[in-house]
Design a binder for this molecule. Structure first.
Ligand code: TYD
Length: 222
C-alpha cells in the first residue's frame, strides 16, 4: 500500500480527558506499520512559535486573559502550524493527524466562551487559507468521565496542576461537550462521532475502520 497524490488532514477533537492524544498516536502507529507516511501534530503548538504561544495560553497565572485574546493566540499558533507544517506536508502526500484544529476554537472560545461563532470561523478560515480537515473524529465522553480522567493526568507542562483551560468550571466543560455535538450535527459529512468511553483499543478500531473507508473512497490505497 502506498500514498498517492495529495495528503489528508485528519483532526481528532473532543473535550478535555477524552483521550485524543492517545488516539492520535495509535493512528500514527497504524499508518506507520503499513508503511504510509504520516505525522502527528498538536494544537496549540506543533511549531517552535506555536509551542511558545501554548505556554502563554495554558499558564494558570494568566487568569485575566480575555476570550478575544485567546481567539487570536490560538489562531496565531494555528496559522503558523498550517503554513510551516501542515500545508507543506499535505503537498508531499503525507497524512497529517492533528490533535485538535479549528473546531476547538469554535467550541471553547465560541460555544463555551461566549464569543461570536461566525467571527471565530471567519478569522480562522482567512488565516489558514480555508483549510479544513478531510475528516474529524469527535471523541465524545460524558462530562464526569472526562473530569475523572483529568484527575489522573500528570500536571500540565509548566503548571503545578491543571492548565488554565482545564481549571474552568463544570458549566464551561458542559458547554464544550454540547458545542462539539452541535458542530458534528451541522457537518455530518466531515465529523465522525466516536464513543470515547470504550477502551483505547476499541476506540482506535472504530477510528481505523472509518479511516480505511475514507482511504478506499479517495483511492489512497493502490
Ligand atoms: P490539549 O492539547 O488538548 O490539552 P492537553 O494536552 O493538556 O490535553 O489542549 C489544550 C487546551 O486548549 C484544551 O483545554 C483545549 C484548549 N483549546 C482552546 O480553548 N481553543 C483551541 O482553539 C484549541 C486548539 C485548544
Amino acid at each position: 500500500m502506498s500514498l498517492s497524490g495529495k495528503g489528508l488532514l485528519i483532526s481528532i477533537e473532543g473535550p478535555d480527558g477524552a483521550g485524543k492524544t492517545t488516539q492520535a498516536r495509535m493512528l500514527w502507529e497504524k499508518f506507520h506499520s503499513l508503511g504510509m507516511e504520516a505525522l502527528v501534530t498538536r494544537e496549540p503548538g506543533g511549531t517552535p512559535i506555536g509551542e511558545e504561544v501554548r505556554k502563554i495560553l495554558l499558564n494558570p497565572r494568566f487568569q485575566e486573559m480575555t476570550v478575544p485574546c485567546e481567539v487570536f493566540l490560538y489562531c496565531a499558533a494555528r496559522v503558523q502550524l498550517v503554513k510551516q507544517v501542515i500545508q507543506p506536508s499535505l503537498e508531499k502526500g503525507i497524512v497529517v493527524i492533528s490533535d485538535r484544529f479549528i473546531d476547538s476554537s469554535i467550541v471553547y472560545q465560541g460555544y463555551a466562551g461566549g464569543e461570536n461563532l461566525e467571527m471565530i470561523r471567519k478569522l480562522n478560515l482567512w488565516a489558514t487559507d480555508a483549510l479544513l480537515p478531510d475528516q474529524t473524529f469527535l471523541l465524545d465522553l460524558q462530562l464526569e468521565k472526562g473530569l475523572q480522567r483529568l484527575q489522573r493526568k500528570p500536571a500540565a507542562e509548566g503548571c503545578l496542576g491543571k492548565d488554565r483551560i482545564e481549571q474552568k468550571n463544570l458549566d464551561f466543560h458542559c458547554r464544550v461537550r454540547d458545542g462539539f455535538l452541535q458542530l458534528a450535527r451541522r457537518e455530518p459529512e466531515r465529523f465522525v462521532l466516536i464513543d470515547a468511553a470504550k477502551s483505547p483499543e476499541e476506540v482506535h478500531l472504530s477510528i481505523w475502520t472509518e479511516v480505511k473507508n475514507m482511504l478506499r473512497k479517495r483511492q489512497f490505497f493502490r
